[in-house]
Write a protein that binds this ligand. Structure first.
Ligand code: LLP
Length: 458
């Protein structure tokens, strides 16, 4: 559910007309609703309350400092995948000891830094990684808290690029190998504190059945590891899907618009998982969840301006000022995002069009042959459900700047991020000395315009 809806034909975010924000902050512009963010967290906590889950927000979904700060103030933890994310959480006021650190390629530098900062657990994805963490913890004279990420070999039935829980994927340690690995780690790796197990089978799961299948498979393993090694927690990962097609009329009852009755929700997830998890929590196991998309996905939109309407004889193209560099999901996963006008036309006429960006690739489009509201040059459109994996995947491709972001809290709004000036995107670049004409003629001690770091002669 979210807090974007029409009032008298104008799209509002909470109590603010989206158009007024776009006029002040320009476009492309990400806008988020704080109420939606908070409601989503509370909804998940309430549904899963019988097992009292500890939520670790998946930072990769949206890493805006302001949003991380909100999450920290709500008292939840974080799921990070790099030292960059961990440091940003700290900067935002989050507690590093409430962070789990995932990812298949943690570097020595990252492990050392995480050990120094003190995290809740590393979610370990391979045997060499386990060995590396043990070795580095020994050097720091510490016991590193670890959980084994288990690959349960359960198909999440989602898009191939975001399926992570089968043996075709690079993630985790095969289910069958976990007991022997735990045994080995327990006897051999003295600088590890074996704390938990974790799974994450994929993202945007639209049905809860694969979650239930994976948790059911894991439950006996968790019980055994608890009895043998005092395992403390079981993280069931993230992955809860969101509805990408929703009715936007206030008071509309048809929230499940177009997505069918079986669509996953926190309540359905709870119904399926609580009977499986309850016996574990009763025996003292703590349940962790790592939601990302569910928290921020529907809490954010991308506002864009129509630059041109181009008719080719065969098709209509609505060319907008947002592009795949701002929101790559449609180009990368053929994902669906609703596209709606900020101001409804009185006639409510529609036409069939591709909404495309200005980037020089045919994949730079937000929809294909879709019936959308009739629009004209200068109109503003909202690309809905863009809060997750939108801004975090933005780039400077085609020399474009990263968009601005605004957070709305009822009647107030403020920047989470101002629009990047394009010069800042090349601030770490330099021109090699030999390509700068005057550098060639200067004696070595006078060369001032070389890049700040030099490569030594090889
Ligand atoms: N935990 C782990 C270990 C993960 O790898 C992920 C997401 C999550 C939690 C959070 O999953 P969520 O609740 O957001 O589904 N860029 C893609 C999604 C990539 C997901 C990667 N891992 C997209 O735009 O659909």
């Amino acid at each position: 559910m979210h807090n974007f809806h029409y009032k008298n034909g104008k799209l509002f975010c909470e109590s603010i007309a989206v158009e007024s924000l776009a006029q002040q902050a320009g476009t492309p512009l990400y806008i988020y609703s704080q109420k939606t963010l908070v409601d989503n967290i509370r909804r998940l906590e309430t549904a899963m309350a019988p097992v009292n889950p500890h939520l670790c927000y998946a930072v990769k979904a949206n890493a805006s400092l302001g949003i991380l700060s909100l999450m920290a103030q709500l008292g939840i933890g974080f799921d990070v995948v790099s030292i960059g994310e961990l440091k940003k959480v700290k900067q935002a006021g989050g507690k590093t000891e409430q962070c789990v650190f995932a990812g298949v390629g943690k570097t020595e530098e990252e492990i050392n830094a995480a050990l120094e900062l003190g995290i809740y657990a590393f979610n370990v994805e391979s045997i060499p990684e386990l060995e590396r963490i043990n070795r580095l913890a020994k050097k720091q004279n510490k016991k590193a808290p670890v959980a084994i990420r288990v690959n349960p070999n359960v198909d999440a039935k989602t898009h191939a690029k975001i399926t992570t829980g089968t043996y075709e994927n690079k993630f985790g340690i095969a289910f069958e190998e976990v007991i022997s690995l735990y045994q080995k780690a327990h006897s051999k790796y003295k600088n590890l504190h074996l704390k938990g197990v974790q799974i994450h089978i994929g993202s945007q799961l639209t049905n809860v059945a694969p979650f239930a299948k994976a948790v059911k498979k894991m439950a006996p393993l968790v019980t055994l590891l608890r009895a043998e090694y005092g395992l403390e927690f079981f993280s069931i990962g993230g992955g809860l899907g969101i509805v990408y097609k929703q009715a936007l009329e206030s008071g509309s009852a048809s929230w499940w618009h177009n997505e069918g009755k079986n669509f996953a929700s926190p309540e359905k997830l709870a119904k399926a998982l609580i009977p499986l998890l309850k016996p574990l929590t009763t025996s003292g196991v703590k349940v962790l969840m790592e939601p990302g998309r569910f928290v921020v996905g529907n809490a954010g939109i991308l506002v864009t301006r129509v630059e041109y309407i181009k008719q080719t004889g065969k098709k209509n193209f609505v060319i907008v000022d947002a592009a795949m560099n701002d929101l790559i999901r449609p180009a990368l996963y053929e994902s669906y995002h609703q596209i709606v006008p900020l101001k409804k036309s009185r006639t409510e006429k529609t036409f069939k069009a591709d909404v495309v960006g200005p980037i020089c690739e045919s994949g730079d489009r937000f929809c294909l042959n879709r019936e959308i509201s009739e629009v004209k040059e200068g109109d503003l459109l909202a690309i809905m459900s863009a809060g997750a994996y939108g801004m975090t995947m933005a780039s400077n491709y085609n020399g474009r700047s990263i968009p601005a972001e605004v957070l709305v809290n009822d009647k107030e709004a403020d920047y989470l991020r101002i629009r990047e000036s394009i010069q800042t995107s090349w601030r770490y670049e330099g021109i090699p000395a030999w390509l700068i004409p005057e550098e060639k003629t200067l004696p070595p001690n006078k060369k001032t315009r070389t890049p700040r770091k030099k490569i030594e002669n090889i």
